[in-house]
Design a protein around this ligand. Structure first.
Ligand code: CTP
Length: 886
């Protein structure tokens, strides 16, 4: 009797380990691998194929096989030429697999299925039960299998059996060091490139209300480990349902992942001749090209994706119940307290209607707080049954334009299902986690921040905002103030950088606004935005960067992708809520209305105000840092500026984006702007430290780390800048603070590295020149001016002349020498201001011929003046003449 053990093509460690484990149960069996293997498996095999004794399909004979043992798959299409043995007379088939059984499975005399994280676990359990001895190498391979398929025991599919068998293998000598060196961590260059392509190509289709991500690309070479990329993509983007397709020359690799219980992707893979689990599956498609396969996939999904969630599963608890004659104000308080948006109103135990916090609050604000809720409820309640489908509820909510429906089991009220409940159920991770889950403040409450606007700004500013709102209304648009301007206003920080978004045509609006305000407007075609520059309203200091004008940035509200069957997702202009959703953090995703009747009304759909109060930086959604990796730097900057804390989920998202090297794919120029912004903060050290903790300093230079020396330099630079501010009051901005900090941050790098950084990040020529000048001159100049012996003023002048203020302040920070520091201070406060009264004309009149010696003569005279040798203009002339004659 000859036993042959095989597994699926593209074997991973679980497949290999299952084969090795199976041989313990079928001693003497041959191990034959079909097709190719994952790269890490190949590398591993090249080291120990002699010990493990594995044959490859192309060289393996199938003669005389009487028993075929298939592990880690039960699909004939996946076992290469060994498929010839299936159904052959005289060949018995045994299967060990953790994939659930399906109709198309190989029929086997023995078929062992168990729901474990790895197939290896099933076989190791049998080995353990039968007390079969295993070697440390075998234990190591088996541990690799379990670790790999369970994500080192972290995937939700991991079972107690997986953990128990790992423990058994460790006690049998599994070498965990070897295990960890073979488990895939970092992506290779090629994989990173592919991942970037996949991310870029991802389309989100909304099919039967479910968000489906499909990434389809063409690649020159076969992708070794597409499942790893699928995993990374799934992780980074947090999609619930994702399909990857990669076309190589003659085939399309297909991988699917589902986190939705009602979508079984093994059935989708079966469509293409593949298989797998309900949550993870794959196939190799040979009879279709990418376009055909994608079209087939979409068509299939249209008819097969259906959520089976019912009303009873959507109900989150007993609703707030109000009596029909309760006063409105008390009722509203009850809802606020319960953090609910809706309440049912009962009379004599019967549900009479439903009311919302929004309606009650409107009544209170109009002075009807004493009125009865009866007057503010809707009697049209559209009841549903516990088994009503989520689709029917969704249709009802849309058609009847209601915010919720009550669920009745016979006469018994189970609860309410709201519009948000439906959204969450369909879009799972995308919406459930958005903005930190539960509402801390009920959405219905309208907060008006007009008093704060009055308190924070000069009267003219409020007038301007109102005017901007009125003008939008006249043009048929709606205008909102948005972003950092609103955040700072709520913090009580005066910020005149007004950002306005328009539900309507921003360009047309900008044109009109600039005309009305006697200003000009600039249209940024690429972004569809405009900036209006107008004379500064009274009491507002003009901003340096806008050439003394008042600046208003204007954009259209934008929304992201929406479904049209089979159409690509598009970016459209949409309502303000969608515009806020595409922003970075909850504290920056607030707006207030500028329209006449609602001026100052705050829109805060993600509880930014609560986060401002708590001091929390929170990303709006899990894609935030993948959408825009520069947000990593923004998070750190805001955290340090406001002394806030990046909350744990957001920090994790940052770490994931860092792990995926997202920043490396971002244009360096964009990072430069963020770097300048961070180093321009009042105390940038904290933010730089945080970046270093997050391992993101390497984006500047791979060798750059924050050493204790840099930390000392940062503190010294802070002191030197404080001195500069005190001595240059009124002219503080003559110096770019960020350049001083950049110089000390790069202090350890050599000149060539610094030059490269300046080039890579495309710093402005003048800025780059300053950084390079610091690097070039620091040691020489400091050596010269650190001398203990007395230096004449002219000597100090000679050494420092021509250096920029930034470089000198950085030198002050760098030097341990008091004398050098004092000399720089004297130069900046005294020597640099010493000027000759003598002019060129005076020299000409005195008979000195103009020429190159003029400059030298003037320099000499200036030095003499610096050294106190001359006091008057006559003395200067006499000195010059005397030296000319010589
Ligand atoms: N924004 C974003 N993602 C970015 C940059 C900006 O979502 N990478 C959004 C935020 O809503 C932000 C607004 O655009 O509030 C304006 O951006 P910007 O003017 O750069 O920043 P501010 O938040 O105003 O911060 P600062 O005070 O540093 O100017």
């Amino acid at each position: 009797m000859t036993d042959l053990i095989t597994t699926h093509a593209n074997a991973d460690f679980d497949a290999l380990a299952s084969m090795v484990a199976a041989r313990k149960l079928y001693p003497g069996a041959r191990l034959v691998l079909p097709g190719s293997q994952e790269r890490a498996v190949r590398e591993f095999m090249s080291l120990c194929s002699d010990l493990v004794k594995i044959e490859y399909e192309k060289d393996a004979s199938l003669e005389n096989v009487t028993r075929l043992i298939i592990v880690e798959t039960r699909l004939k299409s996946r076992i290469g030429k060994m498929a010839q043995l299936v159904g052959k007379k005289g060949v018995e088939v045994h299967i060990y697999d953790h994939h659930p059984r399906t109709d198309g499975d190989v029929k086997a005399a023995k078929d062992i299925y168990k729901k474990t994280g790895a197939s290896t676990t099933i076989l190791v359990e049998l080995i353990k039960d039968r007390e079969i001895k295993i070697s440390p190498l075998e234990a190591t391979i088996m541990a690799l299998g379990i670790y790999e398929d369970t994500g080192s025991l972290t995937f939700p599919t991991t079972t107690r059996e997986d953990v128990d068998m790992v423990s058994f293998l460790i006690s049998n000598g599994a070498d965990l060091h070897l295990v960890s060196s073979y488990l895939r961590g970092e992506l290779t260059e090629k994989e990173l490139r592919l991942l970037a392509l996949l991310i870029q190509s991802t389309e989100v289709h909304v099919i039967n209300s479910v968000h489906v991500a499909i990434a389809a690309i063409t690649s020159e070479e076969y992708v070794d480990d597409l499942s790893l990329l699928a995993h990374k993509l799934e992780d980074a983007e947090n999609f619930n349902l994702i399909f990857l397709m990669v076309q190589t020359r003659d085939r399309v690799q297909f991988i699917a992942r589902s986190a939705l219980p009602f979508v079984n992707v093994s059935k989708v893979a079966a469509l293409f001749g593949g298989g797998g689990h309900p949550s993870a599956s794959g196939a190799v498609i040979r009879d279709m090209n990418l376009v055909e396969a994608k079209a087939k996939l979409i068509e299939y999904l249209r008819s097969h994706i259906h959520s089976d969630i019912k009303a009873k599963e959507l109900v989150t608890g007993k609703p707030v119940e109000l009596k029909i004659d309760e006063p409105v104000s008390g009722a509203s308080e009850k809802l606020v307290k319960a953090l609910c948006e809706y309440a049912v109103i009962k009379d004599n135990g019967q549900v009479e209607g439903i009311t919302s916090l929004k309606d009650l609050d409107r009544a209170v604000s109009l002075g009807f707080g004493h009125a009865r809720v009866k007057g503010y409820m809707s009697r049209k309640i559209f009841p549903v049954k516990p088994d009503t489908s989520i689709y029917a509820i969704q249709d009802m909510i849309q058609e009847k334009d209601v915010g919720c429906v009550p669920v009745f089991d016979g006469g018994n009220l189970l609860g309410l299902v709201t519009r948000s409940d439906v959204l969450r159920a369909f879009h799972g991770r995308l919406f459930a986690a958005a903005a930190g889950g539960e509402l801390k403040e009920p959405r219905g409450v309208t907060v008006n921040i007009t008093p704060r606007i009055k308190k924070t700004f000069p009267a003219k500013m409020a007038e301007l905002l109102r005017f901007a709102g009125r003008l939008a209304e006249e043009t048929g648009f709606t205008a909102f103030a948005v972003g950092g301007f609103v955040r700072d206003l709520l913090l009580g920080v005066v910020n005149f950088d007004v950002d306005i978004v328009i539900e309507g045509n921003a360009i047309e609006y900008a044109k009109r606004l600039s005309k009305e305000l006697c200003g000009v407007y600039v249209y940024h075609k690429r972004f569809g935005t405009a900036t209006v520059f107008c004379p500064c309203p009274a009491g507002i200091a003009p901003s340096r960067s806008s050439g003394g004008k008042f600046r208003i940035d204007i954009a259209m509200t934008r929304t992201e992708i929406y479904e049209k069957p089979a159409a690509l997702p598009t970016v459209k202009f949409g309502p303000i809520e969608n515009d806020l959703y595409r922003r970075d953090f909850t504290i920056n995703a607030m707006a207030f209305r500028l329209s006449r009747h609602h001026f100052g009304e705050l829109l805060d759909p993600f509880n930014g105000r609560a986060d401002l109060k708590d001091g929390t930086i929170r990303a709006l959604h899990d894609l935030s840092f993948v959408d825009d990796p520069t947000r990593i730097f923004r998070a750190v900057r805001f955290e340090q500026r406001f002394d806030f804390k990046i909350e744990p989920r957001t920090e994790n998202l940052i770490k994931k984006a860092v792990g995926l090297k997202m920043v490396d794919r971002t244009q360096k120029q964009r990072i430069r702007e963020e770097l300048i912004a961070i180093l321009s903060e009042e105390k940038p050290l904290k933010a730089v430290r945080r970046l270093s903790e997050l391992n993101e300093l390497r984006f500047i230079d791979p060798d750059l780390t924050l050493k204790s020396k840099n930390i000392e330099l940062f503190s010294a630079a802070e002191e030197a800048l404080a001195w500069y501010d005190n001595t240059h009051t009124g002219n503080r901005h003559a110096l770019e603070r960020w350049l001083v900090y950049l110089a000390v941050l790069l202090d350890e790098l050599d000149p060539a590295q610094v030059k490269k950084i300046c080039g890579d990040f495309v710093f402005r020529k003048a800025d780059a020149a300053k950084i390079i000048s610091y690097k070039k001159n620091a040691d020489r100049v400091l050596a010269a001016i650190s001398k203990k012996e007395k230096l004449r003023a002219s000597e100090v002048y000679g050494h420092l002349e021509g250096l920029s203020h930034e470089v000198m302040v950085a030198l002050m920070a760098k030097t341990p020498s008091q004398a050098a520091r004092r000399r720089i201070m004297s130069y900046m406060t005294k020597y640099a201001h010493v000027k000759l009264d003598l002019r060129g004309d005076d020299l000409k009149k005195a008979g000195i011929e103009p020429g190159p010696h003029f400059k030298e003569l003037i320099k000499k005279t200036l030095h003499a003046k610096l050294d106190g040798k001359i006091k008057t203009k006559d003395g200067e002339l006499a000195f010059a003449l005397q030296h000319y004659r010589r």
